[in-house]
Design a protein around this ligand. Sequence first.
Ligand code: NAP
Length: 247
Amino acid sequence: MEFAEKTAVVTGGSRGIGRAICLALAQRGANVVLCYAGSEAAAQETASACQAAGGKALAVQCDVSDAQQVDGLMKAAIAAFGRIDILVNNAGVTRDGLLMTMKETDFDQVLNANLKGAFLCTKAVARGMIKQHWGRIINLSSVVGLRGNAGQANYAASKAGLLGLTKSTAKELASRGITANAVAPGFIETDMTAALPQKAREAMLPTIPMGRAGSPEDVAQAVCFLAGESAGYITGQVLCVDGGMAV
Ligand code: NAP
């Protein structure tokens, strides 16, 4: 029960990687507060699964790109559990398209959800973590943020931006007992990648040295490691969970 007495806020916990992170943290004893954009039934199901795994859990609707809603999310977490120890900025969206034809709104929506959302959530929890002199912030970036990807200028920019946010947060908060790290998944089987055209999926597999897509649980294990006591001297790092894709 590594995370007994610890409270984790996981954004985008209703589905995919976020759901697996919530479950993995709950299985290790954490209280989990998960937020979702619109999938209320899925979010409640994740909360129930966390409770069945032995943890306490709360699902809160919150658009992470809205500062007021983020404040409401963190207030709900404090009201339920008294503190926030771990923040996992996992919520993310794609609006793929080639640069020449990409709509400005598609660029803004992706940057707002993926990058601004992580900034708002980090800002909202930092003061409490400083007071506790303990905190873990983990940002879900992507291999695409390291390498770029045709058709994903907005998404790649948001994920590269998260690396800058992670490293700056790490430097600002290191002396306060708070670590900030990024996890960069490769190709993981979730709703997000299921939406890719079959051709794109087939083209992806030969680029993965391990020859297979990853699972949400593969990513959740890395997040738990970075959230744990044993990763206390690791900060500002990017951990790829990608079957060797970015090597
Ligand atoms: P997913 O299955 O599409 O789930 C996305 C989650 O984010 C959902 O819980 C969704 O809530 C939530 N969300 C989206 N916009 C939000 C907003 N504005 N406010 C609050 N919550 C919001 O995605 P995934 O594949 O699990 O990806 C999770 C993270 O890993 C993302 O940051 C993604 O970029 C990153 N990642 C994924 C892969 C991959 O291969 N799958 C690879 C690299 C990085 P609702 O259910 O309510 O819509």
